[in-house]
Design a binder for this molecule. Structure first.
Ligand code: ADP
Ligand code: MG
Length: 283
């Protein structure tokens, strides 16, 4: 609570005092801030309205806000409120202080119990979205934050879709910096427009692979070659992965979304169920 030691406030927005930058995204910075009436520390995502207009992102940003506001779950970053000024949009969120899961994977693979702990929380959060008709569509370790207790918090619903809302197909295709975590059906032009929940199941598989192996299953600098690798969908499994973990991965990293596991299938798999105490633990 309260102002961080030695931090110099940069600006004041409504009831918030803004401090330094804690994250950079494609269309804005994320800053640490303090809610003055309560001393509560928050994260504020700041977007320039001119940028939103220039890239015709008004729809997308509105959807991101609408969706995030409707999601209340222990493994999804909470949105508190949205403020606007003439030039900017401020999305006030729960502050998550343990960094990105990305940084942990960059240090190398984690053991199976640790991987399972993160994966169970990820799957609970994603399944919760799906039950509300929301597909995240941009799950990757940069968008998975870790709190001070080591718990996963899903963020960045900028590419997500919701049942009943219009979907801008191809957005992910043209705007995501890297297709490393993109499902084949998103890359495959012939199937463009596919936004089913299985795309998130695919990304969960890539993330689980990265946790267990310390690297990505499809590695290629050149984007077109990377697309080819993903579409061919040949995965090498290191021998140190347990039989059950491998079997789960083999059911997730499948090109055909109809044959791929969905979130409820993951939750029934023996590897997932070990030490599980999440949403469906008592079913
Ligand atoms: P973009 O949509 O532009 O990718 P994100 O919402 O993913 O923006 O935020 C960019 C980065 O800012 C994240 O990868 C993360 O490092 C940091 N960040 C975002 N939200 C929070 C938060 N609630 N608490 C702490 N850091 C955050
Ligand atoms: Mg992001």
């Amino acid at each position: 609570y309260g102002a961080p030691d030695g931090a110099v406030p940069s600006t004041y927005v409504g009831n918030y005092t803004l401090y330094g930058v804690i994250g950079e995204g494609a269309f804005g910075k994320v800053k640490l801030a303090v809610h003055r009436p309560t001393g509560l520390r928050v994260a504020i995502k700041i977007m320039e309205k001119s940028e939103i207009r220039a890239h015709e992102l008004a729809h997308q940003v509105r959807r991101e806000i609408y969706i995030m506001r409707s999601l209340k779950h222990p493994h999804i970053v909470r949105m508190y409120e949205v403020l606007t000024s003439d030039k900017r949009l401020y999305i006030v969120m729960e502050l998550v202080t343990g960094g990105e899961l990305f940084e942990r994977i960059a240090k190398g693979r984690v053991n199976e119990a640790t991987a399972r702990h993160y994966f169970q929380q990820l799957v609970d959060g994603v399944h919760f979205c799906h039950k509300k008709g929301i597909v995240h569509r941009d799950l990757k370790p940069e968008n998975l934050l870790v709190d001070e207790k080591g718990n996963i918090k899903i963020t960045d619903f900028g590419f997500s879709s919701m049942k009943g809302m219009d979907v801008h197909t191809g957005l992910l295709h043209t705007q995501c910096g890297t297709p490393d975590y993109c499902a084949p059906e998103i890359i495959d032009i012939a199937q463009e427009g596919y936004t089913g929940s299985k795309v998130d199941a695919w990304s969960c598989g890539i993330i689980l692979y990265a946790l267990l192996c310390g690297r990505l299953p499809f590695l290629e600098q050149d984007t077109d070659k990377l697309y080819d690798l993903i579409l061919a969908c040949k995965v090498k499994y290191p021998s140190y992965i347990s039989r059950n973990a491998r079997e789960l991965l083999e059911n997730l990293l499948i090109r055909d979304p109809n044959r791929r596991f969905d979130l409820p299938d993951i939750k029934r798999h023996p590897w997932f169920l070990i030490d599980y105490d999440g949403d469906d633990a008592r079913l």
